[in-house]
Design a protein around this ligand. Structure first.
Ligand SMILES: Nc1ncnc2c1ncn2[C@@H]1O[C@H](COP(=O)(O)OP(=O)(O)OP(=O)(O)O)[C@@H](O)[C@H]1O
Length: 245
């Protein structure tokens, strides 16, 4: 089985991701207002909040796709606020956007092979097919013929091949049947066991609560609360009120 590369002593003690006072804009629209959050090695952290709160925009800022951003975003201790997305990816960051980005005319294996490797220790195609047997069965199918769940699995598998150690997943369960949501949950648990670090934007709080070490709550482009796993039960009323559930 594949293993994430061994972490150094330095990386154990410092966060994989440290976001400090980040502001972000789309043209003239000011969306992120002084966001701060941190993620330690091997943690699963979610960003939750209502529609339009700025969750996707925050992932785009971390990945460098949101170009109008300021403040500090350190990835594996490196300041990335002025980096282009390719340079951030090469630090070992993988991004699975909400729209998944599966190429319709390429088959499953071709889609898997598409992104360049960014770091040592990624999974081989064979290892990926061991982890996702349904993708092996569909390996010759073009992207258009895959179900939503298969596309999501493929989008996750694709970043595992690149060797990324910090994964940013935007709403991985959106629009998927409960049985597929369970499979995605099991995959995320496995990735955590392998030592990967995950940031998850998720609307499905019940799903998120099972997996996450900590939840950051976003409202109007600000982090308004941070709820540790151990506090979830006691703070359920507040969580329901934040999320309108
Ligand atoms: N390309 C864009 N140009 C201008 N404004 C945008 C753009 N994309 C998003 N926005 C605005 O930024 C705000 C935050 O959107 P964002 O997609 O980050 O929210 P979200 O919390 O991820 O919500 P959702 O769950 O609906 O995706 C919203 O007001 C949205 O309308």
């Amino acid at each position: 089985m594949w293993e994430a590369s061994t972490m150094t002593d330095a990386s154990v003690s410092s966060p994989v991701l440290a976001v400090e006072n980040v502001a972000g804009h789309y043209a003239d629209s000011h969306i992120l207002h002084g966001v701060s959050m941190h993620v330690s090695p091997g943690e699963v952290v979610t960003i939750v909040g209502r529609n339009g709160a700025g969750k996707t925009t925050l992932l785009r800022a971390i990945m460098g796709i949101l170009t109008k951003r300021s403040g500090s975003i350190k990835v594996f201790d490196k300041e990335t606020i002025a980096f282009a997305p390719e340079r951030i990816a090469r630090l070992g960051v993988g991004y699975v956007p909400e729209e998944r980005g599966i190429y319709a005319t390429l088959d499953v294996t071709e889609n898997l092979m598409l992104p360049p490797k960014v770091a040592e220790g990624g999974m081989s195609v064979e290892q990926i097919y061991q982890l996702f047997p349904n993708l092996r069965e569909r390996r010759k199918s073009p992207g258009t013929r895959l179900s939503g769940g298969e596309q999501q699995m493929l989008a996750i598998a694709r970043v595992l091949r690149t060797g990324a150690k910090l994964l940013l997943l935007d709403e991985p369960t959106e629009g998927l049947a409960p049985v597929i949501v369970q499979q995605i949950g099991a995959t995320i648990e496995l990735m955590k066991k392998q030592g990967l670090t995950l940031v998850l934007v998720e609307q499905n709080f019940r799903f998120a609560a099972r997996l996450a070490d900590r939840h950051y709550v976003m409202e109007n482009g600000r982090i308004v609360d941070a709820i540790e796993r151990s506090q979830v039960t006691a703070r359920m009323d507040a969580i329901k009120s934040y999320l309108g559930i």
